[in-house]
Write a protein that binds this ligand. Structure first.
Ligand SMILES: *Cc1c(COP(=O)(O)O)cnc(C)c1O
Length: 450
C-alpha cells in the first residue's frame, strides 16, 4: 500500500482523459500570461519534497503515534483527478456529479450505521464540524437542556457547547470507562442529549450504548453517537473479541458522526454526520442568493453548516468504497488486521517484565507504561516520557508512539500497587491503525524491549 508512484500511470491516463474534456471547450483566447513556467515549478519542487520529508513516517508501522496514515492510493488518485476540476459540493451548481457521489456514499454510511431508508446526512470537513452540527441540532430541539458527554469524550464537545452557548455537563466514568449511571439518573431531568463515544480518541474505549440508549428512552433523552474514530468497527463488531453489544443500537441513535479520514482510508477533509430523522432538515433552512439555481432537487448546501466543501473528498470516498466496500470482508478485513495487532501487542506487553499493559484494548489503541522498581505515578510519567523520546530519537530503528495523560486516581484503581504522587499520570499510547501493524508487532515489541 505504500508505493504511490506505481499508480502514476493510471493517474496520468485518466488526467489526459480529463484534459481532452477540458480542451473540448475550445482554444483559450490567447496567452493569459500566467507565470510561472513549468521550468520554474520544476526548480522549486526539490524544496517542497525536502520539506515534506521532514514528516514522521506516517505510512510505516514504526509510526504508531497519533491517528495518522496516508490515504489509500485509490483515494489519492480519485482525489487528485477530481481536484484538478475542483467541484464544490455546496450546491448542485458547483458539482453535479460529485454531489451525486456524496449522496451515494452517505447512503452506504447510513446503511452501515443501521439507519433505515429515512435519514439525513452529508460529508463534512472533519469530525469536529460534524459533531458541531449534531450538537447544534441537539440544542435546537432542547434549547433549555444540557448536553452531556463523559470524561473520555473528545475535548471538542465541551468547546462546541461554549460556541453554541449551551450548557455542557461532564459525566464521570468508572476506572473501566463506564459512565456513572447514578450521576445520569440524578440529572435526567436537565439533560436533553447524551453523547456516547464509540471508540474514544485517547484509549479507544467503546462506551456502552446498549446501556445508555434504553436509559435515555425512558427519560425522553436524545442520543448522539460520536464514532469519528471508531465508526467503521461496526463492520466487525462481535469478531476478534470486539464486544458486539454497544454496536447493536447505532441505528437508533438520533445522530451519528463517522470520519472517513480516520479509519476510512481517506485524505483529511472527510468527516460525516447522519441524522435518523430527515425532518431536522428544517433547522438548516435558508435561502441563498447565489446558488441553488440549476435544480429543484435537494442541494447538499441546504443541509450543511459549511458552505464550500471539496467535491474531491466525495469522489475519493466514493471510488474507495466501490473498491473496498463497507462489508466485513471489505473495509472490515482491514480493521480486523488493526484489531489483531492490538491483541498481539497487549499479549506481548502482558508477558513483558519491562512494560505493563494499562488496560485491555477495546479496539486498536493500546496504552501501556514502563514497569519500574519505584511504584509511583510520577515515576511512571517520567519513564514514559523518557521511553517516548528515546525511541523516537534513535538513529537506527526509531519507533514513534504517543503519550497520554490519565488521572492518577484512575491509574491507581487499575494498578493498586502504585502510590499517587502527582495529579495526572503520563503513559504510552500506540494507535495501530495500519493493516501492516498486524505483522509488525513482534518487531515493535523487540524495539520496545531494547
Ligand atoms: C478525531 C475525533 C474527533 C474530531 O474529529 P476531527 O476530524 O479531528 O475534527 C471527534 N471525536 C472523536 C471520538 C475523534 O476520535
Amino acid at each position: 500500500m505504500n508505493s504511490f508512484s506505481k499508480y502514476l500511470p493510471l493517474l496520468k491516463n485518466a488526467m489526459e482523459e480529463l484534459d481532452n474534456w477540458r480542451n473540448s471547450f475550445g482554444e483559450l483566447p490567447g496567452d493569459a500570461g500566467v507565470v510561472p513556467e513549468i521550468a520554474d515549478i520544476e526548480k522549486l519542487l526539490p524544496e517542497l519534497t525536502r520539506r515534506l520529508k521532514e514528516n514522521y513516517p506516517f505510512h510505516h508501522p514504526s509510526y504508531a503515534g497519533q491517528m495518522l496514515k496516508p490515504p489509500h492510493p485509490a483515494a489519492w488518485l480519485a482525489y487528485s483527478l477530481s481536484m484538478s476540476i475542483n467541484p464544490n459540493n455546496h450546491a448542485l451548481d458547483g458539482g453535479p456529479p460529485t454531489s451525486e457521489m456524496e449522496k451515494e456514499v452517505i447512503k452506504d454510511l447510513a446503511n452501515m450505521a443501521g439507519y433505515g431508508s429515512e435519514y439525513l446526512g452529508h460529508l463534512t470537513s472533519g469530525g469536529t464540524v460534524a459533531n458541531l452540527e449534531a450538537l447544534w441540532i441537539a440544542r435546537e430541539l432542547h434549547p433549555e437542556k444540557w448536553i452531556a458527554s463523559t470524561e473520555n469524550a473528545h475535548y471538542t464537545h465541551q468547546r462546541m457547547c461554549r460556541i453554541l452557548n449551551t450548557r455542557h455537563v461532564t459525566i464521570p466514568v468508572s476506572p473501566e470507562g463506564m459512565p456513572d449511571m447514578n450521576f445520569l439518573d440524578a440529572h435526567a431531568g436537565q439533560i436533553g442529549t447524551v453523547v456516547v463515544t464509540l471508540g474514544t480518541t485517547g484509549e479507544g474505549i467503546v462506551e456502552p450504548l446498549h446501556v445508555i440508549k434504553p436509559w435515555a428512552d425512558k427519560h425522553g433523552i436524545r442520543i448522539h453517537v460520536d464514532a469519528a474514530y471508531g465508526g467503521f468497527f461496526k463492520l466487525v463488531a462481535g469478531l476478534e473479541g470486539i464486544d458486539p453489544e454497544p454496536w447493536k443500537l447505532t441505528g437508533q441513535a438520533d445522530s451519528i458522526v463517522i470520519d472517513p479520514h480516520k479509519h476510512g482510508l481517506q485524505p483529511y477533509g472527510c468527516g460525516s454526520v447522519l441524522f435518523n430523522d430527515p425532518a431536522i432538515g428544517r433547522f438548516y433552512q435558508h435561502d441563498s442568493p447565489y446558488t441553488y439555481f440549476t435544480s429543484d432537487e435537494l442541494h447538499l448546501g441546504e443541509i450543511t453548516v459549511e458552505c464550500s466543501r471539496a467535491g474531491a473528498a466525495a469522489a475519493a470516498l466514493w471510488f474507495t468504497l466501490r473498491l473496498i466496500p463497507l462489508h466485513q470482508t471489505g473495509l472490515g478485513s482491514i480493521l480486523l488486521k488493526c484489531r489483531r495487532a492490538a491483541i498481539k501487542l497487549a499479549e506481548g506487553l502482558n508477558q513483558s517484565d519491562k512494560f505493563r499493559l494499562y488496560r485491555e484494548p477495546d479496539l486498536d489503541i493500546v496504552c501501556f507504561f514502563p514497569a519500574s522498581e519505584k511504584k509511583s505515578t510520577s515515576e511512571v510519567s517520567r519513564l514514559s516520557q523518557e521511553v517516548f523520546q528515546t525511541l523516537m530519537k534513535r538513529d537506527r530503528n526509531p519507533l514513534f508512539l504517543s503519550l497520554f495523560k490519565v488521572s492518577s486516581d484512575t491509574f491507581k484503581s487499575l494498578n493498586p500497587d502504585y502510590i499517587i504522587d502527582c495529579e495526572q499520570t503520563v503513559i504510552l499510547r500506540s494507535t495501530l491503525m495500519k493493516p501492516d501493524h498486524e505483522n509488525y508487532i513482534p518487531e515493535l515489541l523487540h524495539r520496545l524491549e531494547e
